[in-house]
Design a protein around this ligand. Structure first.
Ligand code: MF3
Ligand code: CO
Ligand code: CO
Length: 267
């Protein structure tokens, strides 16, 4: 108890200088970027169907984004070769769209869209089931989306970033899922990724204080099996479950307000 008290007094002072608090004007720009990301995601999800390649989804999203005067943030980001991420079945995240990857009945796919509009980023993702999927897989998708909302609902000004992962963990772990640890949510704004890091699993220590004007993503990656993941050595990007089990993810960009939060990527 004593130790925790001490930590809570020290950590915010050290960490806060790193976390950008957005100005009113920046929040307006973030709203616009996030609204567009949402729109691109919904439209792209709408054309995902059996027989289409993930490259078609990529090209559709990229064109749509440009038409709206924005750019796809993933393209050339740290060397990423395409405009969106498409992650099928046991791919956890950062799947690279390809003309050789054809969607088929029974697949589950995460489509992750990040746009940059007037210098600011909006980041959101969701799952799409291709045709019929088994009930257990349906539950994975439902539970993952609910886990994201459970995490978002733990956002409270003067609460802690760790509250988010703790809430998600309490919801998912009793159900037997593995919550990915190696990838996290993140602050977002002028930068695609900035402070703070937002873990989706239980934290041993309390961490950053949540303050109004912070903007970060909540984007749990949830495995049917173990939480461990591996990165494809050939492309350096594709993250898959280590045990080959299915994985799902949903993502929203969230603004901390005076009395709670606003989901910027929600319609
Ligand atoms: N959109 C992903 C996220 O939610 C990041 C993709 S990075 C990329 O943070 F380079 F793979 F595009
Ligand atoms: Co993100
Ligand atoms: Co994303």
């Amino acid at each position: 108890m004593k130790r925790e008290l001490k930590l809570s007094m020290v950590i915010p002072v050290q960490s806060h200088s790193m976390i950008h608090i957005k100005s009113k004007n920046e929040i307006i720009k973030m709203r616009d970027a996030c609204k567009l990301a949402r729109e691109v995601l919904q439209e792209t999800a709408g054309i995902a169907s059996a027989g289409r390649s993930t490259l078609e989804l990529n090209d559709f999203a990229d064109k749509y984004t440009r038409k709206k005067g924005a750019v796809s943030a993933p393209l050339n980001y740290k060397g990423f070769p395409k405009s969106i991420c498409t992650s099928i079945n046991d791919v956890v995240c950062h799947g690279i769209p390809s003309k050789n990857e054809i969607l088929k009945e029974g697949d589950i796919i995460n489509i992750d869209i990040t746009v940059k509009l007037n210098g600011y980023h909006g980041d959101t993702s969701r799952m799409v089931a291709i045709g019929n999927i088994p009930e257990k897989t349906e539950m994975l998708l439902k539970d993952t989306e609910q886990a994201m909302y459970t995490g978002i609902d733990a956002i409270k000004p003067s609460g802690r970033i760790s509250d988010i992962g703790n809430a998600i963990d309490d919801f998912l772990t009793p159900k037997g899922y593995g919550i990915v640890r190696d990838l996290t949510g993140h602050g977002i704004g002028r930068n695609f990724h900035e402070e703070p890091t937002v873990p989706h699993y239980r934290q041993k220590h309390i961490n950053h204080l949540i303050r109004p004007g912070m903007i970060f993503t909540v984007e749990p990656m949830v495995n049917m099996g173990a939480h461990t993941v591996t990165i494809n050595e050939n492309d350096g990007w594709t993250v898959t479950t280590a045990d080959g089990s299915l994985s799902a993810q949903y993502e929203h960009t969230c603004l901390v307000t005076e009395d709670g939060y606003e989901i910027l990527t929600k319609d």
